[in-house]
Design a protein around this ligand. Sequence first.
Ligand SMILES: *Cc1c(COP(=O)(O)O)cnc(C)c1O
Length: 364
Amino acid sequence: MMPRGALEARPGYDRLQAYSPGGDPACAIDLSDNTNQWGMCPPATTALAEAAGRGVTRYPSRYGEALKDAIAARYSIDPSMVVTGAGSDGVLEPAIRAFGVPGDRMVLADPTFVMAGAFGVMNGLEPIAVPLGDDYGVDATRIVASQGRITYLCSPNNPTGGSIGRDALERVVAGAPGLVIIDEAYAEFAGHDALDLARTSDRVLVTRTFSKAYGLAGLRIGYGIGAPTIIAAVEKARGPYTVGALAECAAIAAMRDGQAWVHARVADALEARARLRDGLERLGLRPAPSDANFLFVPLSGSARVAQSLARRGIGVRAFVGLCPVSAALRQSGGEALRITVGPVEMMDALLAALGDIRSAGGGW
Ligand SMILES: *Cc1c(COP(=O)(O)O)cnc(C)c1O
């Protein structure tokens, strides 16, 4: 091996790039990042204003203790099973750091949430990408056989949208040798979750976020649930004071008093998702099954279509070079759009713009 220069970053850092979601912030309608298009959870808005009035000259709580209590109360678990963080990213990364040492294998499905693999590389782990089975299902046998020190699963999966079947989840949890992270950033939309596995297994960490269903992405707040031994290690890696005081107050209010609002917005999202799916199919597109607040649409020329949409003031996320894990993705050459679900007017504007683009010969 070449000797490492004194100011050379860790091995693997040349493969990392600054995060670039490709959305255009100038778009009047931004359907690129799966945030809540209906707004933010109202009890959080009130709590935020009150907390701001108290000022921020003091440090926040060390580990988000009051928020841990609110989360524990909601799920009827002990607060020692909860860790908070600056977004669920702020839980995922320290979890990977706490349980993986450089050179360890981190197994994950392909395609999945790109930041997960990036967090592995940042910490010197070797990402092992296991292609999804045909039609977007997780290949539990290959994932277990890959023997990850850390196994990362995302359910519902970003960007494809489907949930991991219960049977596959259980097989991975039973067979994987190390920590199994189940990223449930979109669980509120799915109507089912793996919290029971986090409660009963000593190797499962479920991560959740306030960025999506709760509409608080700008505050950077998330949490993880797992066995107290896992949580204690993740908390050591996370360090104190990573959740701001305002974010913590808003998240507590959202958890305690925002559930009815979240349920209503989830219902809105499911209705709008059905309408969006219908409209896309009418345009001859084939969205993948989704349990989340977005649809994944295999489409060759996705980047060009996304640019045309951006010119019409609508942002979506284009993917290219994806692992061809369905007939539709093989046909599109691994290219796809991911479209966030929002209020019906937004969906109708998007569908009209896509119709224009197609009529003008600008796509498929
Ligand atoms: C959006 C998203 C997250 C998280 O985000 P935070 O804002 O850091 O909580 C995590 N995982 C997946 C799969 C996501 O799509």
